[in-house]
Design a protein around this ligand. Sequence first.
Ligand SMILES: Nc1nc2c(ncn2[C@@H]2O[C@H](COP(=O)(O)OP(=O)(O)OP(=O)(O)O)[C@@H](O)[C@H]2O)c(=O)[nH]1
Ligand SMILES: [Mg+2]
Length: 447
Amino acid sequence: MAFRDVLNIEVAAGNGGDGSMSFHRAKYMEKGGPDGGHGGAGGSIILRAIEGVESLERLVGRRKFKAPNGAYGEGRLRQGSDGEDIYIDVPVGTTAFDEDSGKVIADLVRVGQEKVIAKGGLGGRGNSTFTSSTRQAPRFAELGTPGQKRRVRLELRLIADVGLVGYPNAGKSSLLAALSRANPAIADYPFTTLSPILGVVDRVDLHGNPLDERFTLADIPGIIEGASEGKGLGLEFLRHISRTRLLIYVLDVTRDPVEELRQLQAELRAYDPTLLDNVALIALNKVELVEDDLAIMVEDELANFGLPVLRVSAKEGTGLAELRESIFQMLPDRELWAQNRALEVEPEEVVAEPLTVVFREDAPARGVGIVVTGKPERVWEVHGGGFEERIVRFSRYMEDAAEYLGNVFKRQGLYNALKRAGAREGDTVEIGSFRFEYFDDEEERGG
Ligand SMILES: Nc1nc2c(ncn2[C@@H]2O[C@H](COP(=O)(O)OP(=O)(O)OP(=O)(O)O)[C@@H](O)[C@H]2O)c(=O)[nH]1
Ligand SMILES: [Mg+2]
């Protein structure tokens, strides 16, 4: 299976079902009471992190996801059923971005973690809800709201505990193979490794028996000078070690390890400066190829970087037990680390625009009004405050819902706001395509 770490998808949550406008009918009864039920909620699209998948590849071929709509409400107070939620299973370490805003909308770092990435619409209320002492037969119901639609970019960052970085041929894959049961390709030409590979390393006791402690180790393609400008395989793969808790710089003792480490760090810094804040150590590899004195001399020089240095040979197995044990001892606590490195996820709730009223003198009213005011000369446009959204939900029943909406708006302080702004009896108020006449109501308080 090919390795894929970026994927664009389109998600559409289900719409909410409309509330029902219905009246009870029975034998021997001329006209029954309102009995319209509520509409069901639309299904949401939920991203879920599962274990055992290491690539987004299995999602390829299914780029569009749509959750079912909520059903309409029906008479006899029957509520429409909710649309089922759709789950998209992704590997742990998947981050979702809103393509249009570029913001992070989900960041799944634990198995089983879920995040709604497109919210289902709300069901509308049936007409039975809107009964009151003065309104016994409401001839209106609430419509459902549309489900959220989004273009989403999924990015996978493998969640490995430890990452191996180094020049091509330094022996990263050889180390992975020597420390874990993974079986990566190893060869003496650069860029043998073309995509990240994970292995599991168990802690063992003195006799080599496994203890119940392990870490995952990620091997990524080699990095060369200029990688940040696209040389070699570039730096894209650093994404997969951007979440590790510990970095191992793998250096070939027979080359120029000091210079190579300097350049490696420069490339890492160019990609993401915080990578250098990671806990790190140096594995000076292939030491069996040189005299001990030389290896020790190089080790001393590398000590200037302020990181622990371990002399190893992936080929002969020297120093590997010490390397493994050092990693276990240096590895930062997972929970503490996660708190420090978790991405900030965009809060889901959209705050309603604040209410504003705009005065248009000598302007003919726009839209389809339900109160005929002749030719108005004083018009107030209402924006924000959630009023337009509210009206849309009754658009099919505008005339019958007008009185109800007027009362709701009054309760929510709209008349007070208009009054403060200087509205006068007989002025026209416009909310979207809805239009009514303002009257000065002395009884209104607060707001
Ligand atoms: N003599 C010796 N050779 C080694 C040692 N470790 C690795 N090699 C050899 O070095 C070459 C490169 O090893 P790899 O493990 O493929 O190196 P890599 O860092 O993964 O390379 P890329 O995937 O190309 O970035 C292979 O021929 C290995 O056999 C070692 O400790 N001693
Ligand atoms: Mg390799």
